[in-house]
Design a protein around this ligand. Structure first.
Ligand code: MN3
Length: 200
């Protein structure tokens, strides 16, 4: 069963001015679409073809570059679109308490996450991950790796992710990755992140 490119859960211009329409259109319609097609080609006629994406990534042979790069790219962008939105929603008390416990305060969490995103050298992602016991961790991964994959530096299930590949921000922000990171916090959908925290 082939994976399908999901529709954006909002209009391409819904995150303006923080993330511009053209970037959203190319990022979703070209980049995410490309990862999806290449993932399908990589798993066709293999024993991965009937597995779910979390299962594929969680048991991945990391030397399988095609599935690592494109399966990661498929999953990471599916999460990315969903944890953003034109409405910030509301953070659950459970997630809020877990953030305070792990980082001290929301502002300190924001600093830790922003720092992980800013200091990821080259292409990659910053993540907020939840462990089975509900505790939280911030980390970053290179390229299209993510915390579901075996042996990746951080563990747990990602509930918030930020794409820091240049294709995610270059049209609007050029080399100003820190400005893009600051802008991202204006479009996080905390209801969705809270739901993912609860469904860990
Ligand atoms: Mn991307």
């Amino acid at each position: 069963m082939a994976f399908e490119l999901p529709s954006l859960p909002y209009a391409a211009d819904a995150l303006e001015p923080h993330i511009d329409t053209r970037t959203m259109e190319i990022h979703h319609g070209k980049h995410h679409s490309g990862y999806t097609a290449k993932l399908n080609a990589a798993i066709a006629d293999t024993d991965l073809a009937n597995k779910g994406i979390e299962d594929i990534l969680g048991t991945l042979d990391m030397s399988n570059a095609a599935v690592r790069n494109n399966g990661g790219g498929y999953y990471n962008h599916c999460l990315f679109w969903e944890v953003m939105g034109p409405d910030a929603g509301e953070m659950s008390s459970g997630l809020s308490a877990a953030i305070d416990a792990a980082f001290g305060s929301f502002e300190e969490f924001k600093d830790a996450f922003s720092n992980a995103a800013a200091t990821q050298f080259g292409s990659g992602w910053a993540w907020l991950c939840v462990h089975a016991d509900g505790s939280l961790e911030v980390c970053a991964t290179a390229n299209q790796d993510n915390p579901l994959m075996p042996g990746v530096s951080c563990e747990g299930k990602p509930i918030l992710g930020l794409d820091v590949w240049e294709h995610a921000y270059y049209l609007n922000y050029q080399n100003r990755r820190p400005d893009y990171i600051t802008a991202f916090f204006n479009v996080v959908n905390w209801s969705e992140v809270s739901k993912r925290y609860a469904n860990r």
